[in-house]
Design a protein around this ligand. Structure first.
Ligand code: NAD
Ligand code: UDP
Length: 318
C-alpha cells in the first residue's frame, strides 16, 4: 500500500512510519512540526519508500498519485499547562487539527477510495464514571474546560469518521489510544513520563500533581503500534481501545520511575488547579481488541521504562 501518515514527525507517527515501511509499504509522511521533531524521521531521509510533505492538515491537502490508506495522527497531544507544546496552550490549533484536519484527511481517503484510520483517545471518555472504560461508554466530558479543546475535537473527529463511513462508504477505523510512552517522546511536552523520567535522570524530585491518587494505564509504544497496525489490516469500523490494562496510581508510577532509575531525590507534590479537571481514573477494557485483533499489551511498565531510558539519556547528554 501507499500510505499517508499525518503527524509523521511526532512520537507515535514516526514509529508508525518505521513499522509500515518494515512491513513493505510506501509511506508518505506529513507534518507541520508544531509539536513534532524533524529528528524523529531523520533516519528515513534517502529511503526510496518514504516521502515527506511539510503541511498543516487543517488546510486543504493535495497529494499526487494514488493513496491506499490514510492514518490521521496529527494533533497536539499533551495536556500540561506548563508546556508551550501542550494543547492547553495551542487550543485553536488543536481544535482545527481534530476538526478540519480530520475533514481534509477523510476527503483524501474518499477521493482515493482508501482505508482511513483515526487516532482517537481515551480522553473522549472524559473523567469516566464507568471503569474500566468499554468502547460503548459515551463518556463524561466537559465542553468548556481547558481539556475540552482536545476532547471535543477528537469526539467530533470520531463522529465525522463514522459519518464518512455510513454516508460515503469510506473504509474507516477508529483507535482509542490510552497513555503511551517510549523513545522519541518530546522530553519537554509535559506529559507524565517525559516529565518524570527527565527529572529522575537529572537527579531531581519528581513532580506529582495533586495527591497522586489519580490512575492511568501506561502502554509501551511497540505494543501500541502492533495493535494499531492489526486494526488497520482488519475490517473493524467501530472504535477499538488499545492500551495496557495494568492500572497504576500516579504516585506509584513516580515511585516506580525513581526505583528503576535509582533516583534518590524523592517526590514533590504540586497542587492541581481545579480548572485542569484531571481525569481521576483511566483503564482500558481491551476485550474487543483481544477478540477482534488477537491483541493485548505484553511489555510491563518496568521493562518499558528501561527500554525508554537510553533515548532520554542521549537527549540529556548523559
Ligand atoms: P506528538 O505531539 O508527538 O505528535 C503529533 C504530531 O502531529 C506532531 O509531529 C505535530 O507536529 C503534528 N501536528 C499537529 N498538528 C498538526 C497539523 N495541523 N498539521 C500537521 N501536523 C500536525 O503526539 P503523539 O503522542 O505522537 O500523538 C499522536 C496522535 O495520537 C495524536 O492524534 C494524539 O491525539 C493521539 N494519542 C496519543 C496518545 C499518547 O499517549 N501518546 C494517547 C491518545 C491519543
Ligand atoms: N502528572 C504528574 N506530574 C507530571 C506530569 C503529569 O503528576 O509531571 C499527572 C497528571 O496530572 C495526570 C497524569 O500524570 O494525572 C498523566 O498525565 P499526562 O500529562 O501524561 O496525560 P493525561 O493522561 O492526563 O492525558
Amino acid at each position: 500500500m501507499r500510505i499517508l501518515i499525518t503527524g509523521a514527525a511526532g512520537f507515535l507517527g514516526s514509529h508508525l512510519c518505521d513499522k509500515l515501511l518494515a512491513d513493505g509499504h510506501q509511506v508518505i509522511g506529513m507534518d507541520n512540526f508544531i509539536t513534532g521533531n524533524r529528528e524523529n524521521i531523520g533516519h528515513l531521509a534517502g529511503n526510496q519508500n518514504f516521502e515527506f510533505y511539510e503541511h498543516d492538515v487543517s488546510n486543504y491537502i493535495y497529494l499526487p498519485g494514488k493513496i491506499d490508506a490514510v492514518l490521521h495522527f496529527a494533533s497536539p497531544a499533551s495536556p500540561n499547562p506548563n508546556s508551550e507544546r501542550a494543547y492547553f496552550n495551542l487550543p485553536i490549533k488543536t481544535m482545527k487539527a481534530g476538526a478540519l484536519g480530520t475533514h481534509n484527511t477523510l476527503g483524501v481517503a474518499k477521493a482515493n477510495n482508501a482505508k482511513f484510520l483515526l487516532a482517537s483517545t481515551s480522553e473522549i471518555y472524559g473523567d469516566p464514571t464507568v471503569h474500566p472504560q468499554v468502547e460503548s461508554y459515551p463518556g463524561n466530558v466537559d465542553t468548556i474546560g481547558k481539556r475540552a479543546v482536545y476532547d471535543e475535537a477528537k469526539r467530533f473527529a470520531e463522529s465525522l469518521t463514522m459519518a464518512y463511513h455510513r454516508f460515503h462508504g469510506v473504509d474507516t477505523r477508529i483507535v482509542r489510544i490510552f497513555n503511551t510512552y517510549g523513545p522519541r517522546m518530546d522530553l519537554d511536552d509535559g506529559r507524565a513520563l517525559p516529565n518524570m523520567l527527565k527529572q529522575a535522570l537529572l537527579g531531581e524530585a519528581l513532580t506529582v500533581y495533586g495527591d497522586g491518587q489519580q490512575t492511568r494505564s501506561f502502554c509501551y509504544v511497540d505494543d501500541l503500534i502492533e495493535g494499531i497496525v492489526r486494526l488497520l489490516y482488519s475490517d473493524e469500523h467501530l472504535p477499538v481501545n488499545i492500551g495496557n490494562e495494568a492500572e497504576i496510581s500516579i504516585l506509584e508510577f513516580a515511585e516506580t520511575i525513581n526505583r528503576v532509575t535509582g533516583n534518590q531525590a524523592g517526590i514533590t507534590f504540586v497542587p492541581q488547579g481545579r480548572s485542569a479537571r484531571d481525569p481521576q481514573r483511566r483503564r482500558p477494557d481491551v476485550t474487543r481488541a483481544k477478540e477482534i485483533l488477537n491483541w493485548e499489551a505484553k511489555i510491563p511498565l518496568q521493562a518499558g521504562i528501561e527500554k525508554t531510558m537510553p533515548y532520554f539519556k542521549e537527549k540529556l547528554g548523559l
